[in-house]
Write a new protein. Structure first.
Length: 244
């Protein structure tokens, strides 16, 4: 390995998972394949993550190099998007997804808890946890992001584009909101991880109905969407907003 290659590997080793994915979203599928959280737990370095997970550092860096050679989809180069556009994208895609699906998924979870709870007691706990996640997300999205943080980010970004400084009050709001919302992301992420653990990675038992199957499939879909959603906020939108 030459000096340039050694330096690149050393730099990658100390880069956080969130920074790696923020710089190139193609790398997300590598971390997903190894069960590595790149959104809520994305502030940990690649070296530390490999140690905790027992993953060979050379193997994962090789896999990252492979995906980085794939053609780049310019439509998913999120780090290059202007903050107002990114904020609107999050609302129109991810907030809309949550509003369209959490109610139905809560109802499904309650139903399988009632029907299968005796033989599969874990679904009662899954239903309880998801109910709280759904309620917390509704407040988090509406009051914390759409009514407070996102409008302030747009206003601050607009001021900079116009050649002036963002208002001091707006800068303080961004700082405080990012701190609160990031903490809420961690709490929601922990709850979803618990659901995955209780469901044994959404494994379908052999004695359940179709509603049970659909519920677990939708829970997995919900988790996948949430990973991308929180990644866009924690690792791109919030970090760039803090720099305003």
């Amino acid at each position: 390995m030459n000096k340039a290659e050694t330096a690149r590997v050393m730099k990658t080793s100390e880069t956080t998972i969130g920074e790696i994915v923020a710089g190139d979203y193609r790398t997300a599928k590598v971390f997903e394949s190894h069960g590595i959280d790149f959104c809520c737990g994305g502030n940990i370095s690649l070296t530390e993550t490999c140690k905790k997970k027992g993953i060979d550092f050379a193997v994962i860096t090789s896999e990252l190099d492979v995906v980085k050679k794939e053609p780049i989809d310019r439509s998913t180069n999120y780090a290059s998007w202007e903050l107002p556009f990114l904020a609107d994208y999050i609302i129109n895609v991810h907030h809309s997804y949550l509003r369209e699906n959490t109610g139905q998924l809560s109802a499904y979870a309650r139903k399988i808890a009632d029907v299968h709870g005796m033989h599969h007691p874990e679904v009662k706990e899954i239903s309880r946890i998801f109910e709280k996640v759904a309620a917390d997300l509704a407040i988090h999205m509406q009051q914390g992001e759409e009514e407070i943080l996102f409008p302030v980010i747009k206003r601050a970004a607009g001021a900079i584009k116009a050649g002036s400084k963002p208002d001091a009050k707006d800068r303080e709001t961004i700082k405080n909101s990012v701190m609160v919302l990031s903490r809420e992301h961690e709490e929601i992420g922990e709850a979803i991880h618990k659901i995955r653990h209780l469901s044994r990675d959404y494994a379908i038992p052999g004695d359940v109905c179709n509603t049970f199957v659909v519920t677990y499939q939708k829970l997995k879909e919900f988790e996948d969407d949430l990973h991308k959603h929180v990644h866009l906020e924690n690792n791109i939108l919030f970090l760039k907003a803090a720099q305003l």
